[in-house]
Unconditional design. Sequence first.
Length: 166
Amino acid sequence: MKNQMYILGIMIWLIQINYVDASNKIAVVNIAHIFQQSSQRSESIKKLECEFKDRASELEMMEHDLQIKMQTLQRDGATMKEIDRNKLEKLLIAQRELFSNKAKVFQQDNHSRQTEERDKILDIIFTVVKNMAKRENYDIVIDTSSVVYFNSRIKDITNPVAKQVG
């Protein structure tokens, strides 16, 4: 008798859980699509290009100068005086090292700024999604990149969110 009551209690509990789960309002959103299509992303790309334009040009000029000096060493190295060749080799080594250091710092700064700008845009997207979820009374909003399959009955809020993000 005690076991039957226990089983009956579990069955009632499971039925209640299923009923509660059935009432959840779920939506999906494609964050990557919204990010790729956002006007903020395009503006961010232009902003970063302008921000790093001078440094990129400087690195290109340094690289071009290094290539010319290396070609000169390869072409004329055999006929140059040993002192001149050694001087050019030392200059090349120093310039390569300087170029390498500047390029590394440039890449780090560029990557850091890209990450910063990406995070700002994602914050905007997530805020819009949260606000829409609250306004539309969604219990759960799932990014489509983390879902293998979802039924067409599940509301896709990607387009409305994209419109709000701009």
